[in-house]
Design a binder for this molecule. Structure first.
Ligand SMILES: Cc1ncc(COP(=O)(O)O)c(/C=N/[C@@H]2CCCCNC2=O)c1O
Length: 442
C-alpha cells in the first residue's frame, strides 16, 4: 500500500519487523544533538540510555563526524578481511595499548557485542579442544545463536543453552535468592563444578561481566571477580570478560574489570566502542586469535569507517578525560538518586559505578516485590516529560541509567528532576495502564 503521510510510528509498524523491537513507548526520533535526542514532533529528550550504551560520545560528536566523514570520503576499501588499512591497524594498535596482557596479543573486529562474544566462544573451543563453558545466570552476551547459548538472561529463555554450559548465580546483594547469594555461593559452586562435572581439562572458558548489566545492573562485591580470575588462572581455564556494556570508561575506570585489578585472557568490546556506529572488538592471545586464518569472518569486519569512529571514541575518551567526567557525573546522579529515595518508596535500591547505574523499583521495600508495571510507566512518563531511559533486570524492574560519557552537570541535574517528577506521577497513579498496554518491553 502507498505510504501515506503517517507518522514514523505507524510507518514503522507497517514496515519494520517486530522480532527486533524492544519498545517501551511511541519513541520516534528525528535527530540527536550531543546528549539530547529530538523526537519526531520536535520535543527534546535528555538521553540517559545512549541507545543502550552505544552512543558513548552522545550524538553527532565533532570528533566522530570528522573521522567518519574523512574516512567515508577516501574509503580504503570496506573491509579488513582481504585488504588492510590504516584505520583498522591503528585501532588494533590502540586497543592493544589500552588493555592489560603480557603475551603477544591480537585484535579481532566485528560489528556487535554478539558477534564478538560468538567469536570468542568459537575461538577458545577451537584453540583448546575443550567443550565446557561456565557463565552466569542473568548474563546477556548477545542476540546471535552462540552468544545467546552462553547467556543466562530470562529474556532469552527461548534460546537453548549450548551443550556443556554451566551457569552460576551472579551475586545479587540487594535481592539474594538464597543464603550466600552474594558471592560465596557462586564461588563454592564453581569449585564444586570444577571438582565434579566441569573438569578444568575440558573447560574452555569462564565468561562474565564485571557488572552484570541486562541482568539488573548488578555490582558484585569487591574481590568477587578477582576470586573468579584466581580460580581460572589456577585451573588453566581462559578468563573472558564481556566489557560490551560497561567497558571503555563507563564505570569511571578504563575497564570495568579494573575494579578488582584483574587481567582477563580475552576481552570483548562493543556498543560504546563505535560511538554509535556498528563496531566490536575482541582482544586476546595471538595463540588463540592468530592460530589460523579464515575462521571468523564477516564481509564488513574491520570496516574503515567504523574503525575510524572507534579511534575517535578512544582518543576522545583520553583527550576529554571522560573517565573522570563519568566518575563525577555518576557520583552526582547517585547522590541525587539517594535524595529521591528519601521521598519515593518505589526506589528499592540504587547501585552502579560511574555512568552504569541501576535503580531497582519495588512495590514494597520490606517484601521487595518487584514493581515492573510502575517501572514501565516511569519509562513512558519520562519520555513524555523529556528524558529517555529504559529498564533491565530479570524482573523488568531496574531503570538502567547509561547516559553518554559526555553528560554535563546540568544535563544530569535536569534528568534527575524529570525522573523525580515521573516517579511522583506514577506513584500518584497519573499514568493509565492504557498508556503502556501496546508496548511489550522485555
Ligand atoms: C554485556 C553485553 N554483552 C553483549 C551484548 C550484545 O551486544 P549487541 O547487542 O551489540 O550484539 C550486550 C547487549 N545488550 C543489550 C542489547 C539488546 C537490547 C537490550 N539492551 C542491551 O543493552 C550486552 O549488554
Amino acid at each position: 500500500p502507498a505510504i501515506t503521510n503517517q507518522g514514523l510510528i505507524a510507518r514503522d509498524a507497517a514496515s519494520v519487523a517486530g522480532i527486533e523491537k524492544l519498545r517501551f513507548g511511541p519513541f520516534a526520533i528525528q535527530s540527536g544533538e550531543g546528549n539530547t535526542l529530538i523526537t519526531e514532533d520536535g520535543r527534546r529528550l535528555i538521553d540517559f540510555s545512549a541507545s543502550w550504551g552505544a552512543a558513548s560520545l552522545g550524538h553527532g560528536h565533532p570528533a566522530i563526524v570528522e573521522a567518519v566523514t574523512r574516512t567515508v570520503r577516501h574509503m580504503p576499501s570496506a573491509s579488513i578481511l582481504s585488504t588492510t588499512h590504516e584505520p583498522g591497524v591503528a585501532l588494533a594498535e590502540k586497543l592493544l595499548s589500552l588493555t592489560p596482557g603480557g603475551e603477544d596479543r591480537r585484535v579481532w573486529f566485528g560489528h556487535s557485542g554478539s558477534d564478538a562474544n560468538e567469536t570468542i566462544i568459537r575461538a577458545v573451543e577451537a584453540a583448546t579442544g575443550k567443550k565446557r563453558v561456565i557463565a552466569f545466570i542473568g548474563a546477556y552476551h548477545g542476540g546471535t545463536a552462540l552468544s545467546m547459548s552462553v547467556s543466562g538472561h530470562t529474556a532469552q529463555s527461548h534460546a537453548a543453552p549450548r551443550p556443556g554450559l554451566f551457569l552460576l548465580p551472579y551475586p545479587n546483594i540487594y535481592r539474594p535468592h538464597f543464603p550466600g547469594h552474594v558471592g560465596e555461593v557462586a564461588l563454592a559452586q564453581l569449585d564444586y563444578l570444577l571438582a565434579t562435572v566441569c573438569p578444568p581439562h575440558d573447560t574452555a572458558a569462564i565468561i562474565f561481566e564485571a557488572i552484570q548489566a541486562d541482568g539488573g545492573l548488578l555490582v558484585p562485591p569487591p574481590g568477587f571477580i578477582a576470586a573468579i580470575a584466581e580460580r581460572a588462572q589456577r585451573h588453566g581455564i581462559l578468563l573472558v570478560c564481556d566489557e560490551v556494556k560497561v567497558g571503555l570508561a563507563r564505570t569511571g575506570m578504563m575497564h570495568a574489570f579494573d575494579a578488582d585489578g584483574i587481567t582477563p585472557d580475552l576481552i570483548s568490546f562493543g556498543k560504546g566502542l563505535g560511538g554509535g556506529l556498528p563496531l566490536s572488538a575482541v582482544v586476546g592471545p595471538a595463540s588463540i586469535l592468530d592460530r589460523t586464518t579464515a575462521f571468523a569472518m564477516q564481509t564488513l569486519c574491520g570496516n574503515p569507517v567504523s574503525c575510524s569512529a572507534g579511534l575517535a571514541v578512544l582518543e576522545t575518551i583520553e583527550r576529554e578525560k571522560l573517565a573522570g567526567n563519568t566518575a563525577a557525573r555518576g557520583k552526582q546522579i547517585m547522590d541525587g538518586l539517594k535524595k529521591l529515595a528519601e521521598k519515593h518508596p518505589l526506589i528499592g535500591d540504587i547501585r552502579g559505578r560511574g555512568l552504569a547505574i541501576g535503580v531497582e523499583l519495588v512495590a514494597n521495600r520490606t517484601t521487595k516485590e518487584p514493581a515492573g508495571k510502575a517501572c514501565q510507566k516511569i519509562v513512558y512518563r519520562c519520555f513524555e516529560l523529556g528524558l529517555l531511559v529504559f529498564y533491565v533486570g530479570m524482573k523488568s524492574n531496574v531503570l538502567e541509567l547509561t547516559p553518554p560519557l559526555t553528560l554535563t552537570e546540568a544535563e544530569a541535574a535536569a534528568g534527575l528532576a524529570i525522573l523525580d517528577q515521573a516517579i511522583d506521577d506514577v506513584t500518584q497513579d497519573r499514568v493509565p495502564d492504557a498508556a503502556i498496554a501496546a508496548y511489550a518491553g522485555w
